[in-house]
Ligand binder design. Structure first.
Ligand code: C2E
Ligand code: CA
Ligand code: CA
Length: 658
């Protein structure tokens, strides 16, 4: 008669129970993976618990009725064999390989069904295990098949994991290896030393490694606080969408956060979000999220009213926050700016909602703002994603087009140059306005790809169409300041011009002053402009008069032409004061020796006024809309643009400038 040593199972039981307690002491964010982990823990706890009783039953079967002998044995086998299947599902939810989702479920389902079927029919078939006439416990011929199915599950899991191992750290790889070898090693060991049933204990150890390597809940927490972070928020919203349940989000911004930073200093401002996160998670528990330093959210899964939550939240901010800066303690009295976003019908993704929240205004407001239609807020975010998708496809396929808008030179009456304007079509062949996609490209780091495409395309066009023969001296291209982040921009442009045998003075780059330009720093921009300018490329200051104070750039940057924004011209057509401003602006620009282009010239009346003010170039629908390269060449022919040679026109212009 075989006597088993129960102490291994006892240790396994205790170890798993400790792990169980550890698991529940931490704040857990609910995911599929950690739910499976919890089932694995429960499984091992039950398996090791039941195993202890099973040992006694197997060791002294004569003391119990036969059905009880079988029952304890079958329950144990079922639970124990489930572990391999659970491991497979666990690895599946950790690796998240989309096309494996279904195959894994099928494999897991087949294995579980097979195991349970042969285990629970064994009292009649004796295929897995049985008690012989002397009531000795014996293995049946199909016992080995349980090992085979377990092997298949663990092996599949291991293959999946190895495929994705690059996205895991070495400790995670180690813990999975431990699981695989721990389980197989212990089973092998048991085969040779049947009294030493160590596999439950090996499982407990393997679960410990999994726990420390994967069940890292800090991943879903904000800093050192118990408050959930943006990742958790995104997953929660995703879950609500899948459940198709109405819910509400109370968005919380810190009022005038920029001012807060100034008042508290960098160190103080860094601590503030954590203090707030701690306080709101103490009050609201698992409802509270910190999206980033100045944006917080409460997600109300039940039908809670926004005002109620807002009231409770406001109370959280009654007491000032204590911040420790070096050896001083600062107190910060903060006001929350709250928006209640009820979501009832639209299917909103988590990242979209997070983006909406981050984009909310933090300016002073009284009371709670209530949004009636979450969709209105989501739409721009979704549109941006859509446009980005179209942009990326266009970048991959190089399917942008370049249109040209002829620019009229006042003195010669010729179309001496043109502005190249990029065009993008959506999947239905409809144009998307550059006003929409250029800012998106700038924001998402795609502008250089567009800029480089347009530059090459323009050089190709100048060279292939022999534009100079058509009386065209140069082409203007828009250069976004964000492109200047490309370190070797000047060298690249020069190389492309060389490749197409284009003299640099055939290119004029239009640069717009934006906030980006300021953050980039003048020296970088200046350096790039100077390199190109020294080679003969000329520059225009675009959109002059709209937005930023450009006078500073006018003095410090090597700018040859100033393009006055169409809004200035249009305003001047409406009132006398604006007209005076336009006139004197133009006089000023001329006095410092720059040429002037005015864009948006739509009527003969506008052209007449501009001529009187001493305008050099005019661009607008009066002459032509932006047109394709082919149409542009036809336009030039029609306008008999090559009547004077470029040289003559250029000389004429130079004469006028001196
Ligand atoms: P922008 O540089 O101010 O370009 C002039 C815009 O005014 C063009 O719009 C042009 O079609 C439009 N326009 C010209 N004359 C008239 C007129 O008489 N009436 C009216 N209503 N509009 C006129 P578009 O092509 O939609 O371009 C918009 C903006 O997109 C451009 O403004 C520019 O900032 C940007 N953009 C266009 N192509 C590029 C490019 O290749 N690179 C970069 N970085 N930006 C570009
Ligand atoms: Ca422009
Ligand atoms: Ca403009």
């Amino acid at each position: 008669m075989l006597r088993y040593y129960p102490q291994y199972c006892l240790s396994a039981f205790v170890a798993t129970a400790i792990l169980f307690v550890m698991y529940f002491m931490k704040r857990n964010f609910r995911t599929r993976k950690n739910r499976i982990f919890l089932i694995m823990l429960t499984d091992n706890l039950l398996a090791s618990g039941i195993n202890i009783t099973t040992f006694y039953v197997i060791s002294f079967p004569e003391r119990y009725p036969l059905w009880a002998d079988y029952l304890s044995n079958l329950v144990y086998l079922s639970i124990y064999n489930l572990m391999a299947v659970l491991f497979l599902l666990y690895v599946d939810s950790a690796t998240k390989i989309p096309h494996m989702k279904l195959p894994v479920r099928i494999i897991a389902g087949i294995i579980a069904c097979y195991d349970l079927l042969i285990i629970w029919t064994t009292p009649f078939t004796h295929l897995v295990s049985y008690f012989d006439e002397e009531l000795n416990y014996r293995h049946g011929p199909l016992m080995v098949s349980l090992y085979v199915t377990a092997f298949i599950a663990v092996f599949t899991a291991n293959i999946m994991f190895l495929r994705m191992r690059k996205s895991f750290n070495s400790y995670q790889v180690f813990s999975i290896t431990c699981f695989v070898f721990g389980i197989f090693g212990s089973v092998m060991f048991q085969a040779f030393h049947p009294k030493h049933v160590i596999s439950n204990f090996a499982c407990a150890m393997a679960l410990f490694f999994l726990y420390t390597a994967f069940e890292n809940q800090a991943y879903y927490l904000y800093g050192d606080t118990p408050c959930y972070n943006k990742k958790a928020f995104i997953r929660t919203i995703h879950r609500m969408k899948k459940l198709e349940k109405p819910y509400g989000v109370l968005a919380v911004k810190i009022e005038e956060f920029e001012n807060c930073i100034h008042a508290l200093g960098r160190v103080g401002a860094e601590q503030l979000p954590e203090r707030i996160a701690e306080r709101i998670s103490l009050e609201f528990g698992k409802m509270a999220y910190c999206i980033d330093g100045d944006t917080f959210a409460l997600v109300a899964e039940e039908d809670l009213r926004g005002e109620l939550l807002a009231q409770r939240l406001e109370n959280c901010f009654d007491e000032p926050f204590m911040l420790k800066v070096e050896d001083r303690v600062l107190t910060a009295k903060i006001k929350p700016v709250m928006t209640w976003i009820p979501v009832s019908s639209v299917d909103i993704e988590g990242f979209e909602m997070a983006e909406v929240l981050q984009g909310l205004d933090d300016s002073i407001s009284d009371g709670l703002m209530v949004v009636d239609d979450a969709w209105k807020w989501i739409q721009p975010v979704r549109r941006e994603k859509e446009v980005l998708g179209i942009l990326d496809r266009a970048i991959r396929n190089q399917s942008f087009e370049v249109y040209y808008q002829p620019i009229h030179e006042v003195m010669s009456g010729k179309f001496l140059c043109a502005e190249a304007l990029v065009r993008l079509k959506d999947d239905n062949g409809k144009f998307i306005s550059p006003e929409e996609f250029i800012p998106i490209a700038e924001k998402n780091g795609r502008i250089s790809d567009i800029g480089n495409f347009v530059f090459r395309e323009v050089c190709r066009f100048i060279s292939e169409s022999e534009l100079i023969e058509h009386g065209v001296s140069y082409i203007e291209l828009n250069l976004s300041p964000a492109q200047c982040r490309q370190r070797d921009l000047a060298e690249q442009f020069l190389k492309v011009m060389e490749e197409y045998h284009i003299a640099p003075h055939r290119i004029n780059l239009e640069i717009t002053e934006t906030a980006e330009m300021q953050s980039l720093g003048m020296s970088k921009l200046h350096e790039i402009m100077k390199t190109l300018h020294d080679h003969g490329v000329t520059f225009s200051l675009d959109d002059f008069g709209s937005g930023f104070a450009a006078l500073n750039y006018l003095i410090s940057l090597p700018v040859d032409i100033v393009k006055i924004d169409k809004s200035i011209l249009w305003q001047a057509m409406k009132d006398e004061k604006s007209k005076t401003i336009l006139k004197h602006t133009m006089i000023m620009i001329k006095e410092i020796g720059k040429s002037i282009v005015v864009e948006g010239v739509e009527t003969e009346e506008m052209a007449e006024i501009l001529r009187n003010f001493g305008c050099d170039y005019m661009q607008g629908y009066l002459y032509s809309k932006p047109i394709t390269g082919k149409e542009y060449l036809e336009f030039l022919k029609r306008e008999k643009n090559s009547g004077l040679s470029v040289k003559e026109v250029e000389n004429l212009r130079n004469l006028q400038l001196v």
